[in-house]
Ligand binder design. Structure first.
Ligand code: SF4
Ligand code: SF4
Length: 183
């Protein structure tokens, strides 16, 4: 289906929004299914990659943002390598994660946010800081305490974060993504 034909579906605004944020020409997807047939997590989710792109093309915002698939995608990029139109579904998934809010997958979103915030601050993950933020926000502070204690004793959870040298460059990437999101 061409991009002009999609205007007839009424889903043009959502399609434009996701296309802009992801940097992908989602309207070019003609449902050949090559992404879905190579996706390692498609069988575990409610939607396949190609079906997710179809929901975006048709402007089915609620269905796309509520899909469990966006939280299961591993970002392996097999879909992008197989797509004859060069569409990276992983980038579309990242955009949808940013747009998703609340719902049944709220905790996954909170974890995703805590993960990205740690990368933005230090250029890498500071596990203790990330987990503390996630647990405070999700209201599960005392869950997994035994596991946390074992990890701490074994030196897997460092008290102080370790910053990489290029944190400025990493923050710049986050700034550019935010600017793109609000443009
Ligand atoms: S990046 Fe995500 S959608 Fe693409 S093949 Fe990998 S798991 Fe599937
Ligand atoms: S491989 Fe590309 S064109 Fe084919 S269904 Fe997937 S995203 Fe669409």
């Amino acid at each position: 289906m061409g991009e002009s034909a999609l205007k007839l579906t009424g889903g043009d605004d959502f399609l434009k929004e996701v296309s802009l944020l992801s940097g992908q020409k989602i309207g070019l997807c003609f449902q050949c299914q090559k992404c879905s047939s190579g996706c390692p997590v498609a069988q575990w989710a409610d939607l396949h990659p190609s079906q997710l792109l179809r929901t975006v093309q048709f402007g089915l915002r609620d269905q796309a943002l509520a899909s469990s698939f966006i939280w299961l995608c591993s970002g392996c990029e097999t879909c992008g390598a197989r797509c004859p139109n060069g569409i990276r579904t992983a980038a579309v998934v990242d955009a949808l994660k940013e747009m998703a809010d609340g719902g049944a997958e709220r905790n996954m979103r909170l974890f995703h946010r805590a993960f990205l915030d740690s990368v933005r601050r230090y250029g890498r993950i500071h596990e203790l800081g990330m987990l503390t933020r996630y647990k405070l926000q999700s209201g599960s502070l005392f869950q997994d305490l035994d596991l946390g204690r074992h990890m701490f004793v074994k030196g897997k959870l460092k008290v102080m974060p370790h910053r990489i040298k290029g944190t400025g460059a990493v923050r710049d990437i986050f700034r550019r993504v935010q600017a793109k999101k609000h443009s």
